[in-house]
Design a protein around this ligand. Structure first.
Ligand SMILES: CCCCCCCCCCCCCCCC(=O)SCCNC(=O)CCNC(=O)[C@H](O)C(C)(C)COP(=O)(O)OP(=O)(O)OC[C@H]1O[C@@H](n2cnc3c(N)ncnc32)[C@H](O)[C@@H]1OP(=O)(O)O
Length: 155
């Protein structure tokens, strides 16, 4: 199964967090499950993504929630189109607002799993709720408002 960011137009594929064309970036990859209507992004932080030794830097966690949310919004807007899910391009969203709750310190080492759900969707805006788990423990919660970049703007 290909990931959402795989279908972004080339001009929108350079994001430091999730751009497939940015070799220096995190290259987050988000998968959308059309049955469950749930998204999933997995990422294993590197040793240098440290806050206090042993724990993940919060900015990285916020980035994960950010890009995971734009991808979830993209998949949710793609559902409104008549083209099949495996035919790009996907709509590209930009984050208008991002809330992150750091519930517990996130241990450095395990693969992080971000799970997203669509809380609201209109033709232009999607509100995404995200939970991030480390070793099955919920450590971060996020909520983002993402807005579709109009056709013809870049890309
Ligand atoms: C026409 C403009 C095109 C711009 C095209 C930009 C292209 C940019 C290219 C970047 C491509 C790579 C993106 C990488 C992914 C990131 O890294 S995203 C992180 C950085 N984010 C940014 O830099 C975004 C900067 N902000 C903006 O560009 C504009 O404020 C936004 C977000 C596009 C909104 O534009 P706007 O035309 O003012 O939108 P507006 O019609 O007022 O609002 C649309 C809806 O969003 C809601 N909303 C807007 N802002 C907020 C907010 N802060 N809190 C809650 N809700 C909000 C509104 O209430 C409205 O909701 P509804 O009334 O439809 O229910």
């Amino acid at each position: 199964m290909n990931y959402v960011q795989f279908y972004y137009p080339e001009g929108f594929a350079h994001c430091y967090g999730c751009g497939r064309l940015n070799p220096e970036g995190h290259q987050f990859k988000t998968y959308w499950d059309p049955e469950k209507r749930e998204s999933r992004t997995e990422f294993t932080p590197k040793p240098y993504h440290t806050a206090i030794p042993g724990f993940v830097y919060g900015g990285l966690l916020a980035s994960l929630v950010d890009c995971h949310s734009t991808a979830t919004g993209s998949a949710a807007l793609k559902e409104l189109e008549s083209t099949p899910w495996d035919q790009g391009p996907y709509p590209r969203c930009v984050t208008a607002s991002l809330e992150v709750q750091f519930l517990k310190p996130t241990p450095l080492g395990p693969t992080l799993v971000a799970v997203g759900r669509v809380l609201e969707r209109s033709e232009r805006k999607v509100v995404v709720g995200t939970e991030v788990y480390a070793d099955g423990v919920l450590t971060v919660k996020g909520k983002a408002v993402v807005v579709r970049i109009p056709e013809g703007w870049g890309g």
